[in-house]
Ligand binder design. Structure first.
Ligand code: GLU
Length: 285
């Protein structure tokens, strides 16, 4: 069996908060328990929102918290060619198409379909409506498009039933070998005009490239694992073990957000809270 490798992979489009601190500390803790390596990866493919300053601040916050990672930090924005290569592979399998519909056209198409059928249009596990266009869309010259995965065609190419080994627990109590239902996500976007990759594609490529054996991340990404499993299978990449942990909630029971300044590590630190106090509060005292 390959040596355990874990990673904490934030997208610094805001400052890190207590939820990130928990996930990072948990990854480091498990890596140490298993005698494995702990890596940090910056998922900054959205270079507009993930500025250099926010990326630097994230690393500084992690250091302040007392985290020690192995090897250099991988910044996704510096490795776009790796994702393009994966995209080309999918293209060669005939699994991508150009989706041209704008936001308002998507809204209109869904409203029309709902009116015609009298039934609600399907939504993905995050609550977003599935893309109403498809691989038969006519090309519109000069208009930006997104590269989408033809999910039906992709699933038809997969021989094996897709599941993932879950050592944590899903939002509905799922655990063990969880059957993936990628069709729930429809034709996911794998690249856009201004960003030549997507979260789904780059996370799968990087986990494989970095030899990640255990993915430990928040429960909010639980169902997205179905999409990751499909991409892994299509690209011939190994499947790590997954552990989705519960999210740290604020005092009102809401998920923490990067805009909620009161729980940002920076804000807490400015208020005189110590790194040790945070580690203790999160159960890593
Ligand atoms: N970058 C993602 C986020 O900050 C997490 C990716 C992952 O752990 O798979 O939500």
């Amino acid at each position: 069996m390959s040596a355990p490798v874990l990673r904490f992979a934030p997208s610094p489009n805001g400052h890190l908060h207590l939820g990130h601190a928990y996930s990072a500390l948990l990854n480091q803790h498990i890596a140490r328990e298993l005698g494995g390596r702990f890596l940090v990866r910056i998922e900054d493919i959205d270079t507009v929102r993930c500025t250099d300053k926010l990326c630097a601040d994230a690393l500084e916050d992690l250091e302040w918290l007392g985290l020690e990672w192995d090897g250099p930090v991988r910044r996704q924005s510096e490795h776009l060619s790796a994702y393009t290569a994966a995209l080309n592979e999918l293209e060669q399998k005939g699994l991508l198409y150009r989706g041209y519909l704008t936001r308002s056209e998507i809204k209109q198409a869904i409203a029309d379909k709902e009116l015609a059928t009298g039934t609600p249009w399907p939504r993905d596990p995050d609550g977003a409506p599935l893309y109403p266009g498809g691989s038969q869309e006519p090309a519109v010259t000069g208009r930006p498009f997104a590269l989408r995965l033809n999910m039906q065609k992709a699933l038809a190419q997969l021989a094996d039933l897709v599941f993932w080994p879950e050592t944590g627990v899903g939002p509905q109590g799922e655990t063990g070998d969880v059957p993936a239902v990628p069709s729930e996500w429809g034709d996911v976007i794998l690249a856009r005009k201004d960003t030549p990759t997507s979260y789904h594609l780059s996370v799968v490529v990087d986990d494989a490239l970095q030899g990640i054996t255990h993915v430990v991340r928040g429960q909010d990404l639980f169902y997205a694992t179905a999409v990751h499993r499909v991409l892994q299978q299509l690209l011939g990449l190994p499947c790590p073990t997954y552990q989705h942990h519960g999210l740290i909630l604020d005092d009102d029971g809401r998920k923490l957000s990067k805009s909620a300044r009161d729980t940002s590590l920076r804000e807490l630190r400015a208020d005189g809270v110590t790194a040790r106090q945070i580690r203790t509060r999160l159960g890593f005292g």
